[in-house]
Design a protein around this ligand. Structure first.
Ligand SMILES: Nc1ncnc2c1ncn2[C@@H]1O[C@H](COP(=O)(O)OP(=O)(O)OP(=O)(O)O)[C@@H](O)[C@H]1O
Ligand SMILES: [Mg+2]
Length: 500
């Protein structure tokens, strides 16, 4: 493999501007058959823009897409498919009423006498899922799926096309480690078959383990292209941030003599997955609910926030008994703010501006009676944009135009802006770049230390360790570990099967 080997597909000198935003500047991106390339960079650096241009979703202002050295015009996603290029986008779209099987086999359903047999559709889709070790229920409707499962369906759709080039934009952002490992095994198989695979990720471990080559984006430019074997974690970080980077380690304090911020008694939810559970969450600290999907950690978080109301039990906030929340609004009235796991479907109003999303729930605080106070709202929004370093052209910009990570920051900033007594967050830094993630962790810990109760459900080891003062480990709906300090590290390493 040499650098002057002709790439299979390439961007050559490509630029793309949106209004005043220079999303991509003079980018060269050579992609090779049989190799796996990783795109790395901060939120808003231009990774998705490059991916979209490769796959015909956007057109370059200047520069070209080359296939085997010859310039091509890609006529939309269909044109890309015809050329054998398939994109799995960052924000997934799907037909909610179709089943998993129908979605996977969309456009290639096996026919018998011109009719599609329902059973053969399911069998074909199941075979495809089995081949990649994905555990999906074929008859479920897409609308009922967890985000991770939607992502797996999408991945299966791309894999079965047998494309010459597959681009995956943050494919693992809502997968567990186990599922990611399975995905990367599939990626390796594809590359071995001669496909060019490109993926975007904010997880350095999977970039280092899963790619042959890394393209580092910064402020719209590809600032470095390196062989993965010849670089290190530190080098990549410095190259993407433009400065050295060290993860900050928060000070953890002992849990003694803290007041109970949120308490639940006799909690039952998920038709008895969680049964007769009583827990106290202490004010002034971050409690992490750690567990895989289906373990009950998500279910508990959703119950506390009213997103999926518990069926039985009572609740208190700062010592006052409040009703068990029957919806997020009621939870909010009890002083509980909620960051849901899926920003597009639950968290943000995609048709509204950044500013409107930031002040959406704060309105009560900035308005006098019936009247809104636009100036106070604008100030709040400006402060949030600065504090979270949200990359926007203007506060009036539609939130849907932001890069994925910047959307996530808007969601978080909006909820923290409520200054709630209790914060319930699920996968709070999904899709956020490494630098911003560290900063968000710091903001959350600071917020808790001022006396609020923070409860974070996550399936991400590193996030759990960085955030937790206390960790509750879930399995089959039960708390199987209640840990602090070094015990958390030990338990997580055990769970990970690592000897360190
Ligand atoms: N349709 C659009 N309208 C306006 N601005 C856009 C549009 N699409 C992208 N941008 C801007 O272009 C820049 C690059 O966005 P892009 O989505 O490529 O970033 P990214 O590297 O994928 O970030 P992330 O890691 O957060 O997903 C961002 O500042 C974004 O706000
Ligand atoms: Mg992106």
């Amino acid at each position: 493999m040499t650098d002057n080997e002709q790439p299979d597909i390439a961007l050559a000198g490509v630029s793309r501007t949106y209004g005043s935003t220079r999303a991509l500047i003079d980018a060269d991106l050579p992609l090779h058959r049989g190799r796996v390339a990783a795109l790395l960079g901060e939120n808003g650096a231009g990774k998705s823009t490059a991916a979209k241009i490769l796959c015909g979703l956007e057109t370059p202002d200047t520069g070209q897409v080359l296939i085997d050295g010859a310039p091509v015009t890609i006529a939309g996603p269909r044109g890309a498919h015809a050329l054998g290029i398939y994109l799995i986008p960052q924000e997934l779209a799907f037909v909610p009423d179709l089943t998993v099987a129908e979605n996977i086999t969309l456009g290639w359903a096996p026919h018998r006498h011109g009719l599609t047999s329902r059973r053969s559709v399911i069998a074909a889709a199941q075979a495809q899922a089995d081949r990649f070790g994905f555990d999906l229920s074929m008859r479920q409707k897409m609308r009922d799926l967890a985000l991770a499962d939607v992502q797996m369906v999408e991945i299966l759709k791309a894999l079965r096309i047998g494309a010459r080039a597959i681009v995956l934009d943050e494919p693992t952002s809502s997968l567990t480690e186990d599922e990611s490992a399975r995905l990367f095994a599939a990626v390796r198989r594809l590359a071995a078959d001669g496909t060019s695979v490109t993926f975007v990720s904010h997880r350095l471990d999977e970039v280092l383990d899963g790619s042959d080559q890394v393209h580092v984006f910064r402020d719209g430019r590809i600032v470095e292209t390196v062989q993965t074997a010849e670089t290190t974690r530190e080098e990549l970080l410095e190259s993407m941030l433009g400065r050295p980077f060290q993860v900050s380690v928060g000070q953890r304090k002992a849990g003694a003599d803290r007041a109970v911020g949120l308490g639940i008694q006799g909690w039952r939810s998920g038709t008895s997955l969680i049964e007769d559970t009583s827990l106290d969450f202490l004010a002034g600290e971050v409690t992490v609910l750690y567990g895989l999907r289906g373990s009950g950690s998500d279910l508990l978080a959703e119950g506390l926030a009213g997103a999926r109301p518990a069926e039985h039990g009572s609740m208190s906030v700062d010592g006052t008994v409040v009703g068990r929340p029957r919806g997020p609004k009621q939870a909010r009235r009890s002083g509980i703010a909620y960051v849901p796991p899926d920003r597009r479907r639950q968290g943000l109003m995609m048709h509204l501006s950044v500013e409107e999303n930031l002040v959406l729930h704060v309105r009560g605080r900035t308005s006098a009676g019936m009247w809104r106070r636009p100036r106070a709202e604008a100030r709040l929004a400006r402060e949030a944009i600065a504090a979270y370093r949200i990359r926007v052209a203007s506060p009036r910009q539609l939130v849907s135009e932001l890069s994925g990570g910047n959307q996530q920051k808007v969601l978080l900033a909006g909820r923290l802006g409520l200054q709630p007594r209790v914060l319930v967050l699920q996968e709070p830094t999904r899709g956020v770049d490494i630098g911003a993630r560290d900063e968000i962790h710091r903001i959350l810990r600071d917020y808790a230390q001022q006396g609020a109760t923070a409860i974070v459900s996550t399936s991400d080891f590193e996030e759990a360790l960085q955030l937790a003062d206390r960790m509750l480990v879930f399995r089959h709906g039960r708390v199987v570990g209640d840990l602090r300090g070094d015990a958390m590290t030990t338990a997580l390493n055990l769970a990970k099967g690592s000897s360190t």
